[in-house]
Design a protein around this ligand. Structure first.
Ligand code: MTE
Length: 314
């Protein structure tokens, strides 16, 4: 039987396909923890290929994230200790003194607890740059170019032991400096599993656009967990505890029907009062579809055994 010339695979295309198949097999052979990262590399490799035409493989085109302008990031905020309006924090936070500042790192899971000066923390670890999507549970979003330290680096320095199963974070609670301090009945608290905290995406941010973090964005140091709703990204942290039991975070305590512990972004699980399928991009017109795990599934989906369980998505 004759083979049409259009059915013959050119050597170049063949070699490219072979590389892709090899990359795929390599991913399968990796231990579970490395799969997400390897898949990301594989996607990047695929994205470089000129064949087949990109138009027929839209899922392989890496999205170019366009950062939100700094004046929007610093003027549209949620920081209830300074008021409930979006422009309250940018006006009211200047009363917050962010230097000197200490972070107390400890808990039953830390063999090397300590009280650290923010200047020492910033000097001790590599400051990385990460442009992340930021998705609030209220269904708005931005893209933020963060500067920060891997939370994993800070946790390793505290020498976690077998009791370190969760990490509990606490915001400063000071009525002298925060006009609406204690709005939730105490300090703002958040939590992560130890695996979430050690994930390389999880940052302790100290800057945005290479400028020192402003108070309204959580100066001098705040958490950034890009695959979760923004309320997990707790601001102005004074305490980090490695603990044995799941800590109850502030919004879960406020309303356990609407907010839970995991709060991973998922367009298929609506908030009881609004859709999570789409989001309003602050600074732009219209809405765009929300992505599962806010677009970071390759790196984090392996952390959640049942993607159909609402438990993980509110
Ligand atoms: N942290 C504290 N201490 N207090 C808050 O009110 N709001 C959370 C989170 N961290 C909040 C907080 C919510 S709901 C969101 S969406 C983000 O901060 C907003 O971060 P941004 O103002 O830097 O965009």
């Amino acid at each position: 039987m004759l083979i049409k010339s259009s059915e013959i695979t050119s050597e170049m295309v063949f070699n490219k396909r072979r590389r892709l198949i090899a990359a795929g097999l390599a991913v399968l052979a990796l231990p579970a923890v490395d799969k997400g990262y390897a898949l990301l590399l594989q996607k990047q490799e695929q994205a470089k290929q000129p064949f087949p035409p990109l138009a027929s493989m839209p899922e392989l085109i890496p999205e170019v994230l366009e950062p939100t302008p700094l004046n929007i990031i610093t003027n549209y905020n949620n920081y209830y200790e300074f008021g409930y309006g979006k422009d309250d924090p940018s006006k009211a936070t200047k009363s917050l003194i962010t230097s000197p500042w200490t972070v107390d790192i400890g808990g039953v899971g830390a063999d090397k607890p300590g009280l650290y000066d923010i200047a020492d923390i910033k000097g001790e670890y590599a400051i990385e740059n990460h442009v992340y999507r930021f998705r609030c549970v209220e269904a708005w979003s931005m893209v933020i170019p963060w500067n920060g330290i891997k939370l994993a680096d800070i946790i390793r320095a505290a020498q976690p032991n077998s009791k370190a199963k969760f990490v509990r974070f606490t915001t400063l609670n000071d009525a002298q400096q925060m006009p609406n301090a204690g709005w939730s009945g105490g300090a703002y608290v958040e939590g992560l599993t130890i695996a979430e905290a050690m994930n390389p995406l999880t940052l302790m941010a100290t800057g945005i656009y290479d400028k020192t973090l402003e108070q309204q964005n959580g100066a001098p140091i705040r958490l950034v967990v890009p695959w979760k709703y923004g309320f997990k990204s707790i601001k102005s942290i004074v305490k980090i505890e490695l603990v044995e039991h799941m800590p109850q975070n502030t919004w879960w305590k406020q309303n356990d029907r609407e907010y839970g512990f995991y709060a991973n972004v998922n367009p298929r699980f609506d908030h009881p009062r609004w859709t999570q399928a789409t989001e309003r991009v602050i600074g732009q017109l219209g809405r765009k579809p929300t992505l599962l795990f806010n677009g970071y599934g390759d790196q984090v989906a392996h952390l959640y055994p049942d993607p159909g369980n609402r438990l993980y998505f509110y």
